[in-house]
Design a protein around this ligand. Structure first.
Ligand code: PEP
Ligand code: MN
Length: 361
């Protein structure tokens, strides 16, 4: 579907939209103290605080509820900051609008459920308010876009996507693995859709917040959302990833905000030259891959004639092992080599399978 978006907030010159505030509104004092500290920094554009919290397990703090909205209203009155909170159903939307919340966001556990997204979209019909749509918990770009479409169809044009990473199984240093290629693809499909990086929920810990935020900036994301709490260790939710307003100020001051382009002719000429070389290498890679597949088809024919299985586990293990060692010598990570060799192998199997299924001997 063709969609044309407007910014949720104008992107300030030379920097992204900065969104900060606690994971959850806990007490009036905590909400106000955090807001005043952040407002002193002078560059926070939007103050976040969760009022209704979707928790993975029951029995955890599930949000302070409507009373917290009156605290957010005080934040607006006392600091002039705009405020945003998460909504997951009709009642959340109506209450938030009643208390003057400026921007709404859909959480990852809502985006994943089309019934809930539609309920929120229906509640928003005829309302002109910016909406941030977090990615769904699972790495499903279509589901993310589907949620954006539902909000769009309700007549909302000021929409942003928020990248908070994806659930995963097994060990990872991330709380939610970023899979950067998913927001990159979203950007390719919808160049005018603002994308915000939620470094807090990707990291789940403090020591990696800067690196992930910087990556978001290097990918030219339009905004950054970070959880900030006056006493992070005592936070009622997501304690491990929250930082103090002071630490937040430090983080922002270290970030490098990149320009999208420049008109410096020397730069343009040099980069064009390098890009030309890259294009040539890509062409070579494609030629080689094409040749490799042709060879693989030949092997497939031979296997078929001799009634030999396509998958030769020993041979595959050997290719992978050799590839990882050779790749490392060339400065390529094991993860990259493994994923590239896996998809080459996969494609080889597909080619050979086609040969096996063809008529004839
Ligand atoms: C949050 O922003 O605190 C939150 C619950 O995030 P997510 O929906 O990304 O898990
Ligand atoms: Mn949180």
């Amino acid at each position: 579907m063709q969609m044309t978006f407007q910014p949720i907030l104008e992107r300030p010159a030379g920097r992204p939209i900065l969104i900060a505030g606690p994971c959850s509104a806990e007490t009036e004092a905590q909400v106000l103290l955090t807001a005043h500290e952040l407002s002193k920094l002078g560059y926070v554009d939007l103050y976040r605080a969760g009022i209704w919290k979707p928790r993975t397990r029951p029995g955890e703090f599930e949000g302070i509820g409507t009373i917290g909205l009156s605290w957010l209203r005080r934040v607006k009155e006392e600091t002039g900051l705009k405020v945003t909170t998460e909504v997951a159903n009709t009642q959340h939307v109506f209450e938030s609008l009643k208390y003057g919340v400026d921007v709404l966001w859909l959480g990852a556990r809502t985006t994943v459920n089309p019934f809930s997204v539609q309920e929120v979209a229906d509640a928003l019909k005829g309302v002109d308010i910016p909406v941030i749509v977090k990615n769904p918990v699972n790495p499903d770009l279509k589901l993310w876009i589907g949620a954006i479409e539902r909000i769009y169809n309700a007549g909302i044009r000021r929409i942003a996507a928020l990248h908070r990473g994806f659930s995963h199984h097994g060990e990872s240093s991330y709380r939610n693995v970023p899979r950067w290629q998913i927001p990159i693809e979203l950007r390719r499909l919808f160049p005018d859709l603002q994308i915000i990086c939620d470094n807090s929920h990707i990291c789940g810990r403090r020591d990696t917040l800067f690196a992930v935020a910087q990556r978001g900036m290097d990918l030219n994301f339009d905004g950054l959302m970070t959880e900030v709490h006056p006493r992070p260790d005592e936070a009622w939710s997501d304690a491990a990833q929250q930082i103090t307003p002071e630490q937040y100020g430090h983080l922002v001051s270290k970030l490098k905000f990149r320009e999208l382009s420049t008109d410096n002719p020397e730069f343009i000429q040099h980069i064009e030259h390098l890009r030309h070389e890259i294009d040539e290498i890509d062409e070579e890679l494609l030629n080689l891959l094409g040749r490799r597949m042709k060879l693989s088809e030949g092997i497939g024919k031979y296997k078929k004639r001799n009634n030999i299985a396509i998958l030769q586990a020993g041979r595959w293990a050997e290719i992978l092992e050799r590839g990882v060692v050779a790749g490392k010598k060339r400065g390529l990570s094991e993860e990259f080599i493994t994923s590239i060799l896996r998809s080459i192998h996969d494609e080889s199997i597909n080619h050979q399978e086609r040969i096996m299924l063809e008529g004839g001997e």
